[in-house]
Design a protein around this ligand. Sequence first.
Ligand code: OOG
Ligand code: NI
Length: 453
Amino acid sequence: MIQAFLISPDEIRHRFAAAMSAMYQSEVPQYTTLLELVEQVNRETLEANPSLAERLAEADELARLDVERHGAIRVGTADELGMLRRLFAVMGMYPVGYYDLSEAGVPVHSTAFRPVDDAALARNPFRIFTSLLRLELIESEALRERAAAILAERDIFTPGVRELIALHEQQGGLDDDQAERFVVEALETFRWHHDATVDLATYEALHAEHRLIADVVCFRGPHINHLTPRTLDIDEVQRRMPAAGMNPKAVIEGPPRRDCPILLRQTSFKALEEPTRFQGECQGTHTARFGEIEQRGVALTAKGRELYDRLLTASRERTQGLDNAAHQQVLAEVFADFPDSESALRRQGLAFFEYRLTDAGRAADKVAEADLETLIERGLVSARPITYEDFLPISAAGIFQSNLGGGDNGAYAGNANRAAFEAALGAPVADELALYAERERASRDAVLQALAS
Ligand code: OOG
Ligand code: NI
């Protein structure tokens, strides 16, 4: 029985994302500065581009333009990851995608906990990119054991959140009051701690292996390490960051600026050096937290993704060491080979679209035609790009590296292990391409069926 007093997981996620944003703004004032800059650029972009404003208003996007799109954490053990899966399920966030970052010299693998269905994404798309440290990739056995022993000592969840998660599983949801308490308790897991759980020597030993290991192992919890609002003009925000007192990462990750945006473009201000107290009354610093922005485009099919990966690889030989302006210039040249109109993306099967009846389509008598492109030409059906809701491993690696230092560390490479990740998670991760394909297929079937009857 579905109990009437239970509130929607989407509502809990919405409240949680708002609470997380408030907490992060109070913890990292520079993040507030980033939000202000994004808001200003978004406003100017809309003013200069009334048709964009109209489209966003039609799609009901204007009101929630300012809500954060994602954040990220890094955890240390299988138990922590497994419990997080149950915590995120309370908010309708499920693991989608497997990302192997070992390839890029970062000893983690990751998934994104995110809403999956259309209505949930439309309500609030908030996701958490979640990485699991891979101690097995550390070469020194002594260091590996030391790190594991430290991690075994901590519990990153409050007793209250554990109870509420169990209650959610029993009842099939939470009521309003329980949801309020859940948000307060869950937030504790993501809070920053000024004091490390280890002495400076231990921190430095772990840090010397990889900064990320020190970040995961030496604190009481997996502090949220960034939040990410949506910008309507990422190039402009990147340009204006220095004047607003922020130190942007060297280049914007992902594809270049295009008429038909694809996948995901991201950049950030670089992680801040923050005062940290170590055991034994020793003062030092730790660098982990930053602010990021994103701009999303259409989700690509396997064929489109292959082309993207191929062009990105080709561009990388030419972009080494370039500043952002030159980097974007090279990308634009190389990506001239990626069709840049909606109809070409559709006809060549490079991107996913959602089909709908137009007013004429709704008014039409029985139509036997089953070819969508013909129906679009006849004005009976419209196609809307499906937004990419996931992440890009090479971009994620670029974000990790700009904040954690270090370049490629060949020692970790070639170590994808999805089975081990899913075993730690306690569930399989969903295949993102299958999700987009299913949405496209369902919309196509619905349109054809409506026209045929
Ligand atoms: C996660 C970096 C990846 C993104 O947007 O690709 C990421 C991290 O630094 O923990 O957030
Ligand atoms: Ni991110």
